[in-house]
Design a protein around this ligand. Structure first.
Ligand SMILES: *Cc1c(COP(=O)(O)O)cnc(C)c1O
Length: 430
């Protein structure tokens, strides 16, 4: 892939051509499978994983793809075939990993602040690599479950390093007042409580999401390394350092973004810390960075209208397909799929049909003039798009298509309205 395609795989071969994903026409996909439609480039996801693998090749490491970013089975399969492990945050995500490859459990870590006994049992029986434990209560319950299931569990405490990471407040997680993790100053005392069914084998940290600078990752790793040294002195054989996920991408097309350089800076912040510690395998949990830019949502313009002085482009995708703009005021580039026609001459809000003012994809966005029926692509929608999708307004969830070179295949068909109604029909009085 050339540099351009390493940023986003949705490019036009030349100025006169329409956008394609790898070698597949987007207009063709929209005609065939309808809209809204999620389209992902397999080559792009593989290339992003490869960036991670090569940047960290000088230290023992395992990339545990964060399933919540995009949990569709074919995506998990793509990563498992390339040797990745997984980071799951629920029993449901654990089941997804097992459905793809039950041996992948050995490469799976389980994070999350609210694990239930049933979820613990599932992961214990599957034989996962490590539980990232987020409270003393959880440690006690896990010890109980491990004794019951008769499976010894490897654990890492997810410590809260009290590092500030500049990102949206909803996706920052590494400060003392956040609900995640255990205060790093209390960690040693908690590790002492591990007991015979739990093996304190790691330390984990995750400071937030969509973090652009390498600096907070380095700062968190330093604090973790200091703790690892203390834990080793306390007699714990710490073999894993889990640096979490959170490496950001650039959603604005006008800002320069070099994915390879981004990973290189990230690796440069982590590798020296791991090397100095010695004897540890570095676990990495990237989600967004691996899949966000590989995906787009194709959507048709339904109407163009003007209310007062504002222009509205009403499209057939909505906040139930991609909630990031409504939830985090997130920016997504929106581009016409057809051949380029010069200047941006229209300023409009791009909105969906859902009955919420928050149902928008862009506000005051410069666009080429667009007409009803035209196909648009909402870019960088491969992460936290489908995985956060809902059926709000009784909208069936869109189909997902995975492109590999000249080939495109549906990896999740469009939901039918009956899929939404089936669970409720029995409650109707006949
Ligand atoms: C969400 C999450 C990730 C992935 O975050 P990204 O920003 O998508 O890389 C990794 N680890 C944990 C524990 C998470 O909660």
């Amino acid at each position: 892939m050339d540099d351009n395609q390493l940023t986003r795989p949705f490019v036009a071969p030349d100025k006169k051509s329409a956008l394609a994903c790898e070698d597949v026409s987007l207009e063709g996909l929209a005609r065939r499978y309808g809209t809204p439609l999620y389209v992902y480039s397999a080559g792009h996801m593989a290339a992003r994983l490869e960036l991670f693998e090569s940047a960290f090749s000088v230290v023992p490491h395992l990339v545990c793809y964060a399933v919540k970013a995009n949990s569709t089975l074919a995506i998990l399969e793509l990563f498992v075939r390339r040797g990745a492990g997984f980071d799951v945050v629920s029993g449901g995500e654990m089941e997804r990993v097992l459905a793809v490859d039950r041996w992948a459990a050995a490469r799976t870590v389980f994070s999350g602040i609210g694990k239930t006994a049933a979820e613990m049992d599932l992961a214990l029986r599957a034989g996962i690599l490590q539980f990232n434990v987020e409270s003393e209560g959880e440690l006690e319950l896990l010890a109980e479950r491990a004794a019951k299931v008769k499976k010894r569990a490897r654990i890492a405490l997810r410590v809260n390093p009290d590092v500030f990471a500049e990102t949206h407040p909803y996706i920052s997680t590494g400060m003392r007042e956040h609900k995640f993790g255990i205060d790093i100053r209390r960690a040693r005392a908690v590790y002492r409580k591990a007991g015979k069914w739990l093996e304190a084998s790691g330390v984990s940290v995750h400071i937030g999401s969509q973090i652009q600078s390498a600096e907070p990752f380095g700062a968190a790793a330093e604090r973790v390394a200091k703790l690892v040294a203390e834990l080793r002195r306390d007699g714990h054989a710490i073999r894993y350092v889990d640096a979490g996920g959170g490496l950001g991408i650039e959603y604005h097309a006008e800002k320069a973004f070099d994915a390879e350089a981004q990973v290189a800076r990230y690796a440069a912040a982590l590798i020296p810390v791991v090397r100095k510690l010695g004897g540890v395998t570095l676990l990495l949990e990237p989600g967004r960075f691996l899949v966000a830019q590989a995906g787009a949502i194709l959507t048709r313009v339904l109407y163009v209208k003007k209310n007062g002085t504002r222009n509205f482009v009403i499209v057939d995708a909505a906040m139930n397909d991609l909630i990031r703009p409504a939830l985090y005021q997130a920016h997504h580039e929106i581009v016409p799929v057809g051949p380029r026609r010069g200047k941006r001459t229209m300023v409009a809000d791009v909105v969906g049909p859902v009955c919420e003012t928050g149902d928008f994809f862009a506000r005051d966005r410069g666009l080429p003039p667009v007409k009803p029926g035209e196909l648009l692509a909402i870019l960088d929608a491969g992460a936290y798009g489908m995985s956060l999708a809902s059926n709000y307004n009784s909208r069936p969830r869109a189909a997902e298509v995975l492109v590999e070179g000249k080939r495109a295949r549906v990896i999740r068909p469009r939901e039918k309205l009956e899929d939404l109604l089936v669970l409720e029909r029995d409650a109707l009085r006949k």
